[in-house]
Design a protein around this ligand. Structure first.
Ligand code: RIB
Length: 297
């Protein structure tokens, strides 16, 4: 069984500020750091650092070499990535003194994914393989449909939410990994229980993984529900905490771990990521996660 992540690769420009700039406000910052990021890249790196084999597919622009390098160094298979003649996608990220963030995305090369390219990638996979997807590239709806027809197990992280997500038939998904804001936007409901109840009854085969920020996370397959509280961490930068969770979730799931173990490992990995600056650089290796779990921290 192979794992494919079809997703974005961004150059993240991270500005540290006292607080996130409000509408009409101007704030002066003097700290700029440049990191590799993108929900796709972050999740591939997290899956690889969690010790699973993963193929990344997506488009890299003429200025995206550092992104290929960091993925290869982290153990991601980059042989299916396509180089395109456009500027790479990037993110402008403000990080406040409290570790909160706000992100503006420029799609760039991430919008260059075509149906022909999707077909050429998917023909290397087969029934039973895992497909992981977020919503930062073009052709997301088409990729879901093709992978479903092929019998792949489709895991969607519907982030960021926009009109594309509402066009996807969730009956084609096996897992939906989302946060509270995304769950409310998709269901129109308020509490985590309401959102999970709605999703599991409307899409009977769907398994829902809902992250709740400081309140931990909850998983349901429509029959059982599992809850995991967070591991405490000093928040330095929350960017990619969700991506770290998702990558570890997919890696542990692919190894056949039971859901309580999957949730525990993914939660610890994302707690470690929160305590560090940057997206991809903040994602821990499995040995570190394992040691922290052993210590019960
Ligand atoms: O989830 C964090 C990521 O969102 C950042 O790395 C940024 O590139 C945006 O895609």
């Amino acid at each position: 069984m192979k794992i494919l992540n079809f997703g974005s690769c961004n150059i993240d420009y991270v500005y540290s500020l006292d607080h996130i700039v409000e509408v009409g406000e101007t704030e002066m910052g003097d700290k700029l750091e440049v990191f590799s990021g993108g929900k796709g890249l972050n999740q591939s790196i997290a899956t690889a650092r969690a010790g699973a084999e993963i193929y990344h597919a997506g488009c890299i622009g003429f200025d995206g070499d550092m992104l290929l390098d960091v993925m290869s160094e982290s153990g991601v298979n980059t042989s299916l990535i396509k180089r395109v003649d456009s500027k790479n996608g990037h993110a402008i990220i403000q990080v406040s003194a409290k570790g909160e963030n706000s992100i503006f995305l420029y799609a760039g090369s991430n919008a260059a994914v075509t149906r022909d390219y999707v077909d050429s990638v998917l023909e290397r996979f087969e029934r039973g393989d895992i497909l992981l997807l977020q919503n930062e590239i073009s052709q997301v709806e088409y990729i879901v449909e093709r992978a479903y027809e092929m019998g792949m197990s489709v895991i969607l992280n519907p982030s960021p939410i926009n009109e594309t997500i509402y066009k996807i038939d969730f009956n084609m998904l096996e897992y939906l990994i989302l946060n509270e804001v995304e769950a409310r936007a998709i269901t129109g409901l308020d509490t985590p229980d309401e959102c999970i109840g709605y999703l599991c009854s409307k899409y009977p085969k769907l398994k829902v993984m809902l992250t709740l920020g400081a309140d931990g996370c909850v998983f349901s397959d429509g029959k059982e529900k599992y809850y995991q509280p967070i591991f405490k961490a000093e928040a330095v930068d929350t960017t990619a905490a969700g991506d770290t969770f998702t990558g570890y979730f997919v890696a542990e799931l692919s190894r056949g771990k039971d859901i309580p173990t999957v949730l525990k490992t993914a939660s610890m990995a994302s707690a470690i990521a929160v305590s560090r600056m940057g997206a991809a650089p903040s994602i821990p290796e499995f040995t570190e996660v394992y040691e922290r779990l052993e210590k019960g921290e």
